[in-house]
Design a binder for this molecule. Structure first.
Ligand SMILES: [Fe+2]
Length: 214
């Protein structure tokens, strides 16, 4: 059976300082992210056991655990690659064009995504996603790791708004963390994700049209 694994970071733990300290990154990646990987694998084993014993009495709980932990794994894996010690500034090319088309301007997009992160109630994420039916960029506020998602949207860029992402360093000043990550975005990574996402076809023709009547 294929198991999930914790991917290595593409940079040293201290490389994102001062925006994210080495201590925070080491704990976040090595402990928190790793726990989601381990729990996702454990849940798959429990599902296998349940099939073997033909006992599906705990299936609803297992499905919930799988969605939570696997989504945590996916989002953290994307988050690490969205960040770079050489990141920051603004995107260029097609990504910049689509951000301007769908959000009005880069500045409006930045304000919206930062506010999406700042207004998460409890634990969650802010995400930039590609919506394949209308072929446009959207923001998305994700609760925990898996709730409040629009089906079909493909994640391009995420901000971790869980306390474990900032509390040791920023304490209750989480807005400062959401500001700081803009110095780290790896726009080449986001642009490559956009290019890949645009190949996806959900096979639901006529589900969106330009200027269609409501
Ligand atoms: Fe996290």
């Amino acid at each position: 059976m294929t198991t999930y694994v914790l991917p290595d970071l593409a940079y040293d733990c201290g490389a994102l300082e001062p925006h994210i300290t080495g201590e925070v990154l080491e704990l976040h990646h090595g402990k928190h992210h790793k726990a989601y990987v381990d729990k996702a694998n454990e849940t798959l084993e429990k599902l296998e056991e349940a099939r073997g014993q033909e006992d599906f009495s705990r299936l609803a709980g297992l499905e919930k655990a799988l969605a939570f932990n696997l989504s945590g794994h996916v989002l953290h894996s994307i988050f690490w690659r969205n960040l770079s010690p050489e990141g920051g500034d603004a995107p260029s090319g097609e990504l910049a064009r689509l951000i301007a088309r769908d959000f009005g301007s880069f500045q409006s997009f930045k304000s919206q995504l930062t506010e999406v992160a700042a207004t998460v109630m409890g634990s969650g994420w802010a995400a930039l996603v590609w919506e394949p039916i209308a072929q446009r960029l959207l923001t998305c506020q994700i609760y925990d790791h898996q709730s409040n998602l629009s089906q079909g949207g493909i994640t391009l860029l995420v901000i971790d708004a869980w306390e474990h992402a900032y509390y040791l360093q920023y304490k209750n000043q989480k807005a400062e963390f959401f500001k700081a990550v803009w110095n780290l975005w790896n726009w080449d990574d986001v642009a490559a994700r956009l290019e890949a996402a645009r190949q996806v076809d959900l096979r639901v023709p006529a589900a969106a049209a330009a200027g269609a009547a409501r």
